[in-house]
Design a protein around this ligand. Structure first.
Ligand code: SF4
Length: 481
């Protein structure tokens, strides 16, 4: 039986399973690692096809290079797949080259970076030891690659959204911008191969499963990879199929917390209504809790109310900016007033919410960023994250930065806290970073915030401890940078 090893390498924590937010977890204000669903889906597909599969998240497990080499020596994989990120790409490739030299498996890299990539970007990478690159949906690609590479079956050109090495050493790409469906046909991630205890809800430390409910986003945000990668047409799983996966998590793995991963969970109010109603009518109601992300448009107050009734403990909004001018320029498709409205509804309903904000867009001067600070203070989310604009290759933001000579270096290797931009058209990067620090400290060190949080968790020592832990981490990171 052919053997496949799927892994995240040892090292710092990155959300390697994500396309859009390949977040640096160690430097985020209150992030926890999300489950490695990309590996889990790939494992489920490969198991169904009769491969022997090992799945390892060395980074989250805190494992070392010695652990990784031991697995290679004992398991002797015929094919390996590693998830890469924009930030770690150079180190990732160095490691892969070493593994290929030592053990000679078929090498597959998976990451959003490889989605129909610019040749100039590929030319910056040493791809001499790579056989396949998956830029699109791993679950629709990995089975076809394994069958072709390990059994000589199928036609590699039929596998969507990949690059593969030809005999002359050059890479050719298959069809991009087409997506697999329907999502209900997909097996659930192979959670029996995942160490589910590693992926926890930040406040309670309980295991939290990530469940993909939909893929795609019709919006046009200039900094976002999603519409290109997952498509502008939203593909939904049926609520029944999602509930079946939740039930398996609960009954087989004892998981009672869920992150509903969708590019925008609330985009279709009717779907959310059906999903929440199903949960409310199911035996899981009252036993499980979930979190999800949302746009502020379209959004109805009733949707948030129903989500809370079904067990939603926190909703995350990508507010991005407190300036209508900037929201327009980044093509967010929402206004500052709609940001306030979403925040007001959450306060009225008693639903905790997280606000995500981005500063350092090319057009921003100090006043735009101060408008964002004003929104943060007035909207008063339960938690916030403020990141710096990151011009990923393949986004309109990257083109704007290039045209305006705002790139200090290639976006490869940078992240949301260490941007590759020189600054905005009006501010240096140093000024942007100072404003970020000012916003985060002003928000989190307010006595009102501190007393509110103490009040919420004084009788729950675990949550209290985690708030203190994340608070300290935030302060240390801010002063370290
Ligand atoms: S709403 Fe904008 S940021 Fe969110 S997934 Fe869609 S395009 Fe990306």
């Amino acid at each position: 039986m052919k053997r496949v090893l799927l892994f995240y390498p040892p090292g710092l924590l990155f959300q390697r399973g994500e396309d859009r937010c390949q977040q640096n977890v160690d430097e985020g204000s209150a992030q926890a690692m999300r489950a490695c669903n990309d590996l889990g889906y790939a494992a489920a597909i490969l198991l169904k096809k009769g491969y022997e599969v090992k799945l390892r998240d060395y980074q989250t497990q805190g494992d070392t290079m010695e652990d990784l080499h031991r697995d290679f020596q004992e398991f002797k994989p015929d094919l390996i797949m590693m998830s890469i990120t924009n930030t770690t790409i150079f180190d990732d490739i160095k490691l892969i080259n070493d593994l290929k030299d030592k053990y000679d498996p078929v090498v597959v890299l998976k990451g959003a970076l490889f989605y129909d990539p610019e040749q100039a970007m590929l030319d910056m990478l040493d791809l001499s030891h790579i056989d396949y690159m998956i830029g699109g949906e791993v679950d629709y690609a990995i089975g076809g690659i394994a069958d072709y590479a390990l059994k000589g079956e199928g036609n590699i050109d039929d596998v969507l959204s990949i690059l593969y090495r030809k005999e002359d050493g050059s890479f050719t790409r298959t069809k991009f911008h087409v997506w697999g469906e329907p999502l209900d046909d997909m097996p659930f991630p192979a959670r029996h191969l995942m160490n589910n205890a590693l992926y926890t809800r930040p406040d309670t430390d309980e295991p939290m499963a990530t469940i993909q409910t939909a893929r795609g986003c019709p919006s046009n945000c200039v900094f976002c990879l999603t519409p290109g990668i997952s498509g502008k047409c939203v593909r939904f799983r049926s609520p029944q199929n999602v509930l079946a996966e939740m039930t398996e998590c609960y009954e087989v793995h004892g998981i009672r917390n869920f992150f509903f991963k969708a590019d925008t969970f609330t985009i279709n109010a009717e779907w959310v209504k059906e999903m929440c109603t199903l949960i409310i009518q199911s035996p899981l109601h009252g036993k499980i809790e979930f979190t999800a992300n949302s746009r502020v448009r379209p959004l109805k107050k009733e949707t948030l109310e129903l989500m809370k009734e079904a067990g939603c403990f926190l909703v995350a909004f990508g507010f991005e900016s407190g300036s209508d001018e900037i929201l327009k320029l980044i093509k967010k498709g929402a206004t500052v007033e709609e940001n306030y409205q979403a925040a007001r509804w959450c306060h009225e309903i008693g639903l905790k919410f997280w606000g995500f904000f981005v500063i350092g867009f090319p057009w921003e001067d100090r006043s735009h960023i101060l408008e964002t600070k004003k929104l943060i203070m007035k909207a008063d989310p339960d938690f916030i994250e403020v990141t710096v604009a990151l011009p990923f290759y393949g986004t309109p933001l990257y083109e704007t930065c290039k045209e305006n000579d705002l790139l200090a270096e290639s976006p490869l290797g940078s992240d949301f806290f260490h941007s590759s931009m020189k600054g905005t058209m009006h501010l240096s990067m140093e000024e942007v970073m100072k404003l970020r620090k000012n916003i985060l400290l002003s928000f989190y060190l307010r006595p009102k915030f501190i007393f509110k949080k103490i009040g919420q968790c004084i009788t729950k020592p675990k949550i209290f401890f985690n708030y203190v832990k994340y608070g300290l981490k935030l302060v240390i990171n801010l002063f370290k940078n």
